[in-house]
Write a protein that binds this ligand. Structure first.
Ligand code: SF4
Length: 315
């Protein structure tokens, strides 16, 4: 249900008050609704949010993002309370890598180094040697000794992009993100015909045919920097459409066009339904009631912490 402007402002004020009273911090992903981004203490991509989660002094972390991100925050802060406005805010990419099946693959290749993209469950992280995000994946792969074979999971699109960038052969898990696989090449090229001066920028989770026509490929923060520093003034943006809010604030005089999805949806762009499960109302409720909370077993957190720690040390 759409909130009236008054209700929205009132909720935002109450969230700010509660944050102070409870010594809480709100970490929000770029894909969150603008009204959530506006009251967040920090907005970032997966790597930046993981770093902030590791540094925070707050007693409560409200994570406005999806489940695996809140889990990562909890693993980095086992003694703190981590809240997620809607526990059902999952991730199609994380779901595409079930732990039992992944464990079996790992058993077949016991000498391979396991690199996992941060978009996976805590249990998959316990089976990993090192975690990466799209911002640091190339660096992480390059840090692995050349005589070692690598398993990369769960995103096959990011994996094959990394194989080209690093020249390393890797065994790829067959997972993908529904949002980044939803871009239509035909519609994108049509759109480009209408805006021939636009630069196409894409997230490496997108399919190969989209990456082939992109002028720039990079992580969420990479794309923000590119648009900020580019001499061009028009961009077609192939990633979750929520990023456009922050991007447009950064470059108010530039034109940003969301890349079109295959399906004809209301916004004509690709949105992550999981990310949008968190609403301002749910965020207020969860901070007020301190629920729903992310709860993980100690042993699992300890094991999952190692590959995340290795990533943070390297990046
Ligand atoms: S955009 Fe894709 S990878 Fe990101 S949270 Fe949504 S489903 Fe997961």
């Amino acid at each position: 249900m759409e909130l009236t402007t008054d209700r929205k402002l009132n909720l935002q004020e109450q969230v700010k008050k509660l944050k102070k009273e409870k010594n809480a911090v709100i970490l929000a992903h770029y894909y969150q609704e603008p009204e959530i981004q506006e009251i967040a203490d920090f907005i970032g991509d997966s790597l930046e949010l993981a770093r902030k989660a590791a540094e925070t002094e707050a007693e409560i972390i409200v994570f406005a993002g999806v489940h695996f991100m809140a889990e990562t925050a909890k693993i980095l802060n086992p003694s703190k309370r981590v809240l997620l406005p809607d526990l059902k805010a999952g991730c199609s990419l994380a779901d595409s890598c079930p732990p039992e099946a992944f464990r079996k693959l790992k058993e077949q290749y016991p000498d391979h180094v396991v690199v996992t993209y941060i978009n996976c469950s805590a249990e998959i992280k316990t089976l990993s040697d090192i975690v990466c995000t799209s911002s640091n994946a190339e660096k992480i792969i390059n840090s692995i000794s050349k005589d070692k074979e690598i398993i990369f999971a769960p995103d096959k699109n990011l994996g094959s992009y990394l194989m080209k960038k690093t020249g390393r052969k890797m065994l790829l898990w067959d997972g993908a993100c529904l949002v980044h696989e939803a871009f239509s090449l035909d519609k994108l090229l049509e759109l480009y015909k209408e805006h021939p001066s636009a630069m196409i920028i894409a997230h490496p989770e997108s399919e190969e045919h989209i990456l082939k026509v992109a002028n720039y490929i990079g992580s969420t923060s990479g794309m923000l920097n590119f648009v900020r520093n580019s001499e061009h003034d028009k961009f077609i943006v192939a990633t979750e459409a929520g990023i456009l809010h922050q991007m447009q604030k950064d470059v108010p005089n530039k034109t940003l066009i969301p890349a079109p999805a295959k399906e004809d949806n209301t916004c004509a762009c690709s949105e992550c339904a999981f990310m949008k499960m968190n609403t301002l109302q749910k965020l207020y409720n969860c901070l007020k009631n301190e629920d729903p909370e992310i709860l993980l077993e100690e042993a699992l957190m300890e094991k999952a912490h190692l590959p995340i720690k290795r990533m943070l040390e390297l990046s």
